[in-house]
Design a protein around this ligand. Structure first.
Ligand SMILES: O=C(O)C1=C[C@@H](OP(=O)(O)O)[C@@H](O)[C@H](O)C1
Ligand SMILES: C=C(OP(=O)(O)O)C(=O)O
Length: 540
């Protein structure tokens, strides 16, 4: 049965450079994490007790041993043009230098597109996914699924995907004697984690590899969860339990698995989505605290739309039972809420007013909760059942656990620069394992703007930018993006307020939002300044 539900969700709320060498633990103490029940995100006033973490992970990365971060893919840079009441221009002015005002509809959600692709790929029948994201992360998912025999037709410039699923009968049994099917998953965490689970359940011989950074991002806990249940073998090849992943299997023979939740929720989501592909009910036990919980609820809702069933009571038993099988579905994908955070932040830092269309507070994506943090900081939030508007106000620092909305930490850190008191971000130790170290490298870059930023094991304290720093620097400040789309998009928000913020490798937004720069230009009504030969394709 196809359920197009937008169920309500309670908020819980690379240039070449050696990374600093330090030991890293990523297992936050229970006291530092949100309770397993989804709380509404409450950003407390600053100055609550500092958090503690303990080291207890099989996925520690010895960063002194890591290769250098992937080089920048382009030598271009972009400087967005500041504006707003804070730069001597009335907040009511439109156009050049004015506060950011307007509305925008971001492209489809990466998380929903890649989930819907997996469920549709292993469903009986033909699904139609509308509002899909067209970006690197979805392209590598589509290319990989196509290699398993899934037929995916792209209409409307990729925004509609017609997916003809494969079933267990089509499983790649023949390939078991031949070489593995090679899949390139770039730096897409959702793709490698979802497919590792799904393909091991489906059966066949596969090798999933990506860019250098992907080979530093942990997947060992997922491989460890699958190993005892697999009829065959599964290996994470790189040191510390990181991709490439090699699978040689006839599917899953076990029915119960245990997975650690503290490094990434994508492991659990992957196992959940793989359950119906394994064609028999399974039970998943979560060990330790679970990060990014709203994504797991999103997984359950998405699966439901395609006929997968999940029965879970995280609070009582930390266990999820998965059953059912997938059947084709027409599914409408929400705009991306993490992408929306940059536009809401643009209103916050420029004293403007921005409406994001196509999202409501009932969205499946927990990142819509970002607006409630902005509200705690002093912004006004006006939500309807199809849009969320943020109106800038006087900004105050907050103390907030962002474990549930960790993709918006960089956005919030930039907004925090313009508050009148410090902001403490907690609960995001796992952010060190994303496209780059989103704690350490974020602190390095924000300091370039003149901010005092304290790095903690589980987050950051961002102190307000001194007045002289927010009025700009004579020379451009070059902001490294580490090939991390969210660094680039967040620094664009800083550039809306601070003159001469030059963002390197802007094309890295292509991971989830190739049209970001064009959409921001449209919203601000003023062209950015491009340097260094970025092509029109790169720009848009
Ligand atoms: O399941 C998903 O779609 C995602 C889960 C989150 O990862 P973690 O669970 O690793 O925090 C998030 O950062 C990522 O962008 C998308
Ligand atoms: C962490 C992210 O992506 P992923 O883990 O899917 O690569 C992200 O998009 O911010």
């Amino acid at each position: 049965m196809c359920v197009l539900g937008f169920a309500s969700l309670v908020f819980g709320v690379s240039g070449l450079r050696a990374v600093p060498s330090q030991s890293l633990s990523i297992w936050p103490a229970a006291s530092d994490l949100p309770s397993i029940r989804l709380p509404r995100i409450e950003a407390a006033p600053m100055n609550t007790a500092a958090s503690k973490t303990k080291s207890n992970t099989s996925c520690d990365l010895d960063r002194s041993q890591q290769p250098a971060i992937t080089p920048r893919s382009s030598h271009a840079s972009v400087t967005v043009v500041p504006g707003g009441a804070f730069n001597g221009v009335s907040g009511d002015d439109q156009g050049d230098g004015g506060a950011v005002q307007g509305s925008v509809r971001p492209p489809g959600s990466k998380s929903l597109t890649n989930r819907a692709l997996v469920c549709a790929a292993f469903a009986s029948g033909t699904s139609r996914l509308t509002g899909s994201l067209v970006s690197e992360d979805t392209e590598v998912m589509i290319a990989s699924l196509s290699k398993v025999g899934v037929k995916i037709e792209s209409l409307d410039a990729g925004r509609t995907l017609v997916v003809e699923g494969v079933t267990a009968a089509d499983s790649a049994g023949d390939e078991l004697n031949g070489p593995p099917i090679e899949m390139f998953i770039a730096n897409s965490g959702t793709t490698v984690r979802f497919l590792t689970a799904a393909l091991s359940a489906f059966g066949g011989k596969y090798r999933l590899s990506g860019v250098d950074r992907m080979h530093e991002r942990p997947i060992g806990d997922l491989v460890d969860a699958i190993s005892p249940a697999i009829d065959g073998s599964i290996t994470a090849v790189s040191d510390g339990g990181c991709p490439p992943v090699e699978i040689d299997a006839k599917g899953w023979s076990g029915r119960s698995m245990s997975v650690a939740g503290g490094v990434s929720s994508q492991y659990l989501s992957g196992l959940m989505m793989a359950g119906p592909i394994a064609s028999k009910p399974i039970e998943l036990k979560i060990t330790g605290q679970l990060v990014s919980i709203p994504y797991v609820r999103m997984t359950a809702k998405l699966m439901e739309a395609f006929g997968g069933q999940t029965d879970w009571d995280l609070e009582a038993s930390q266990a999820i039972r998965v059953s059912g099988s997938y059947s084709a579905c027409d599914y409408a994908i929400e705009p991306d809420a993490s992408a929306a955070s940059y536009f809401w932040a643009a209103a916050a830092v420029s004293g403007g007013r921005v409406t994001v269309e196509g999202l409501s507070e009932d969205a499946l994506q927990g990142d819509v909760g970002f607006v409630r943090v902005l509200e705690q900081m002093g912004c006004e939030v006006n939500a309807t059942d199809h849009s969320i508007e943020v109106v800038g106000g006087d900004l105050h620092g907050v103390d907030v656990n962002m474990s549930e909305i960790s993709d918006t930490v960089q956005t919030l850190a930039v907004v925090a620069l313009f508050a009148d008191s410090p902001t403490r971000v907690r609960g995001v130790a796992h952010n060190r394992f994303k496209e780059t170290d989103r704690i350490g490298n974020l602190a390095i870059e924000l300091r370039k703007l003149g901010a005092q930023v304290d790095e903690h094991e589980d987050g950051l304290t961002i102190h307000p930018l001194p007045a002289e720093a927010s009025s700009g620097h004579g020379d451009p400040v070059e902001m490294e993006t580490y090939n991390d789309h969210r660094m680039a998009m967040s620094f664009a928000v800083a550039g809306l307020r601070i003159p001469n913020v030059r963002i390197l490798n802007p094309a890295c937004t292509g991971k989830t939002y190739p049209e970001f720069w064009a959409d921001l230009e449209k919203l601000t009504g003023r062209p950015h300044h491009w340097q260094g030969g970025l092509t029109e394709k790169g720009k848009t």
